[in-house]
Design a protein around this ligand. Structure first.
Ligand code: NAD
Length: 494
């Protein structure tokens, strides 16, 4: 087994397997090329892990197929599938310091915050789907006096799960939970920018007692390992989370054998603030939902639309929050914003700031890199622009950084039209004390999710996903089970 001994910035000593996790073993890949994990707060390499080729992915698919059929994971009694998911939830709770240390180190997420909210989301996700494992029923349909039919819902088979780097563990769990509850086998392909936490998680799945081949992890590039999964003829389903551009490529690739595909893609979510809103609360939620995770949230409210009468007061509160924000190291207790996850992301965000200035948006606060410690790392100031029009790039394109575009509106109709003026349709937020305005507006917004008087407050029981170019299908909630099941009908002629 390949592994490294690591000492994290918070002093934790962690033994991490670095191999590909295939058939319950951490193994070397067939290529000599490795993936380097880089700490975005210091720009130092943490370690290298194996990087899968198409051949390695093929081995994982064969192992998954074997596990699905014989000894038949798909036929394992539902109570046992539930027990295993609860067991893995217990292990995540037990090892959360190691898991979230690795995640924070690998992508610059805030360690204390992740340990609470994210760990809770992951554990709840496994437990929620454990609860569904023995409730996957069919229906009986009477046809005539001597005929009836019935349906059964069977696991779709071998699933490939491709995820991004912004919530490495949460994103894994949202796919693992429903796949394992329904009796599918699943091969995880984490982002090449966040390979570490999934390897530790794989160790926990093995410890929980999952049979070989049921859960596997193949780190690697999108072009090689990701593409190998989406084009493999023996993979039945792809659960993808990532950018809209890659999502479209995944959908195309999956046509090779008509795989089922779910896509959770990008967003440009609008946060509507009406004159009568509690403006201080609105500013707090807009800040948390827009700048949280250094703005690297798919459903981040990166556009704020504020009614003219509330603009001055709202922008005042909002700007103050940005000024009070402490950009710093992910493991420091007082830090409220860490670095961008990679150099690529850092450069991209700074370019959007340059473009916004050039296009005539009004920079209220922030607007550039932020020096933390010795000046290394990909830190950017929380940045707010006002006077943003729907012609500007920062209104239309997903920045995925701590940059928020504020525009104004006069009427409810104008607010709805501006919010819907987007290729994306992931989420929207509505702030008002008038519930009639809130509910009416929510009905008209072309998004998969609307939060009224809060933002980005997730619950595993609630479906998550978008319309338009933000995705195809949903994750979380009961309806997600369908994405991992095939309905079979059986006609009975007595
Ligand atoms: P990305 O599209 O660059 O990569 C996502 C994953 O796809 C990675 O694992 C990557 O290796 C893989 N990939 C790349 N090319 C591929 C190919 N040709 N075939 C198969 N796989 C391929 O996205 P990212 O930069 O990692 O993540 C940021 C994006 O993810 C943002 O657009 C964000 O909005 C989106 N996101 C969406 C949600 C959601 O639930 N809607 C959640 C988190 C992130």
């Amino acid at each position: 087994m390949t592994e490294v001994e690591l000492t994290a910035p918070n002093g934790r000593k962690i033994t991490l397997p670095t191999g590909l996790f295939i058939n319950n073993e951490f193994v070397k890949g067939s290529s000599s090329e490795k993936l380097a994990s880089l700490d975005p707060a210091t720009e130092e390499i943490i370690c290298e892990v194996e990087s899968a080729t198409a051949d390695d992915v093929d081995k994982a698919v064969k192992a998954a197929r074997a596990a699905f059929i014989d000894p038949a994971w798909r036929d394992m009694i539902p109570e046992e599938r539930a027990r295993l998911l609860h067991k893995v939830a217990d292990l995540v709770e037990e090892h959360k310091e190691d898991l979230y240390t690795l995640q924070a180190w690998d992508v610059g997420k805030l360690y204390p915050g992740s340990l609470g909210v994210e760990s809770d989301l992951v554990v709840k996700c496994f437990r929620y789907y454990a609860g569904w494992a023995d409730k996957i029923n069919g229906t009986t349909i009477p046809i005539s006096t001597n005929k009836f039919g019935y349906t059964i819902r069977q696991p779709v088979g071998v699933c490939g799960a491709i995820s991004p780097w912004n919530f490495p563990l949460v994103n894994c769990s949202w796919k693992l939970g429903p796949a394992l509850a329904t009796g599918c086998c699943i091969i995880m392909k984490p982002s090449e920018y966040s390979p570490l936490a999934a390897l530790y998680l794989a160790k926990l799945f093995k410890e929980a007692g999952y049979p070989p081949g049921v859960v596997q992890v193949v780190n690697g590039s999108g072009q090689e390992a990701g593409n190998a999964l989406t084009t493999h003829l023996d993979v039945d389903k792809i659960a993808f989370t990532g950018s809209t551009a890659t999502g479209k490529a995944v959908i195309k690739a999956a046509t090779v054998n008509m795989k089922k595909v779910t896509v959770e893609a990008g967003g440009k979510s609008a946060f509507l603030v009406f004159d009568d809103a509690d403006l201080e609360q609105a500013a707090k939620w807009a800040f948390a939902g827009g700048m949280g995770n250094a703005g690297q949230i798919c459903s981040a409210n990166s556009r704020v639309l504020v009614q003219e009468g509330a603009q001055e007061k709202f922008v005042g509160y909002f700007t103050q929050l940005a000024k009070n924000s402490k950009v710093g190291l992910p493991f420091d207790k007082g830090t409220t914003q860490g670095p961008q996850a990679s150099k690529m992301q850092y450069d991209k965000v700074l370019q959007y700031i340059t473009d916004a200035n050039a296009e005539g948006a009004n920079l209220v606060t922030g607007g550039g890199p932020c020096k933390v410690g010795d000046g290394k790392g990909y830190f950017i100031e929380p940045t707010i622009f006002t006077g943003v029009t729907n012609k500007m790039k920062i209104f239309n394109e997903e920045i995925f950084g701590p940059v928020i575009a504020v525009s104004t509106f006069k009427t409810e109709d104008e607010a709805v039209a501006l919010a819907n003026d987007s290729a994306y349709g992931l989420a929207a937020m509505v702030f008002t004390e008038n519930m009639k305005t809130a509910v009416r507006t929510a009905m008209k917004l072309q998004t998969g999710m609307v939060w009224i008087n809060e933002s980005n407050n997730y619950d595993v029981k609630m479906p998550f996903g978008g319309v338009k170019q933000s995705g195809l299908g949903r994750e979380l909630g009961e309806s997600t089970l369908e994405a991992y099941l095939e309905e079979k009908v059986i006609h009975v002629n007595l």
